[in-house]
Design a protein around this ligand. Structure first.
Ligand code: CP
Ligand code: NVA
Length: 310
């Protein structure tokens, strides 16, 4: 079995509020001193495994592990490793004797939970159907840079409220003391268990969480407007989803309801004309390229924190 002492990052609230703040502080320091931290000097190998496509996650982990003095082992097609029906538990026990950490993008959360339960090295969630916690660390770093704080900031996410990004905004935003509003139609509302969990975290951090259906009311006064694709990897029924989510498009008219200096986040890839207009994505409120760059710094900080903590 895995070691009881090793820490994993499988979902946003695997870090306490204090730990999340520590990682984000380190991310800001690392951004200023990009080559000054070498926990993987040796080099030690970090496995980065993908069951789904990826640009940002793949590049930022590969680059970041190299900058930390390590050797990235990027496997783009996990079936090359696991295509013979071997369970994640067995792969964990093969990998953890050789690599310093395991990063995995996969489908069901239960798969990465199983990997972590049997790994003596940290396992990091690089996106599952349920959560995308590394993205939220980068988003929090971006909010901090642009607005000078995360606690007390109102973040409104519009669109598919039941996907990995919505769930991670709830948990990660609550952990950071933010006021998180999810605006989504009936049938696309967040998982009730995750919403409850986020509410109980928010009660300890001074934040709040709410799920609503009126997009304009949700955007009212928000400091951050966020969205994500309406059709996540592995989902079908595009036509039906587009029809249901159309009123939640992030457009100029919606932005008028937000704070006048509100910033716009999108984890990318973006579909202009669907969840966000080209005008907004490519406009002055959008900080998506900084957000994408911050994947590098936030994940380096996370890996550093996970492998050096005593
Ligand atoms: N935002 C994000 O995770 O991008 P990729 O899917 O390209 O890695
Ligand atoms: N919700 C999206 C995020 C992509 C980074 C997906 O899972 O496809």
């Amino acid at each position: 079995a895995g070691s009881a002492r090793v820490r994993h990052f499988l979902k946003d609230d695997d870090l306490t509020p204090a730990e999340q703040a520590e990682v984000l502080e380190l991310a800001a320091a690392m951004k200023k001193d990009r080559f000054g931290y070498r926990p993987f000097e040796g080099p030690r190998t970090v496995a980065v495994l993908f069951d789904k496509p990826s640009a940002r996650t793949r590049v930022s982990f590969h680059t970041g592990i190299g900058e930390l003095g390590g050797l990235p082992l990027v496997v783009d097609n996990v079936s090359a490793l696991m295509g013979r029906g071997e369970p994640p538990a067995d792969l964990a026990r093969v990998l953890d004797r050789q690599v310093a950490a395991i990063v995995w993008r996969t489908t069901g959360q239960r798969l990465i939970d199983e990997m972590a339960a049997h790994s003596r090295v940290p396992v990091v969630n690089a996106l599952t159907d349920e959560y995308h916690p590394c993205q939220i660390l980068a988003d929090l770093q971006t909010v901090e840079e642009k607005l000078g704080r995360t606690a007390g900031v109102t973040l409104t996410y519009l669109g598919d409220g039941a996907n990995n990004m919505a769930h991670s905004y709830l948990l990660g935003g609550a952990t950071a003391g933010m006021h998180v509003r999810i605006a989504a139609p009936v049938g696309y509302q967040p998982d009730a268990v995750i919403l409850d969990r986020a509410a109980s975290i928010a009660a300890t951090t001074g934040g709040s969480v709410v799920a609503m259906s009126d997009p304009m009311a949700a955007a009212q006064g928000a400091h951050v407007i966020a969205t994500d694709t309406w059709v996540s990897m592995g989902q079908d029924g595009k036509e039906q989803r587009v029809a249901a989510l159309k009123p939640y498009q992030v457009c100029a008219e919606l932005l008028e309801h937000a704070a006048s200096d509100a910033i716009v986040l999108h984890c990318l890839p973006a579909y202009r004309g669907y969840e966000i207009t080209a005008e907004v994505l490519d406009g002055p409120r959008s900080v998506v390229w900084d957000q994408a760059e911050n994947r590098l710094h936030a994940q380096k900080a996370l890996l550093h924190w996970l492998v050096t903590r005593r």
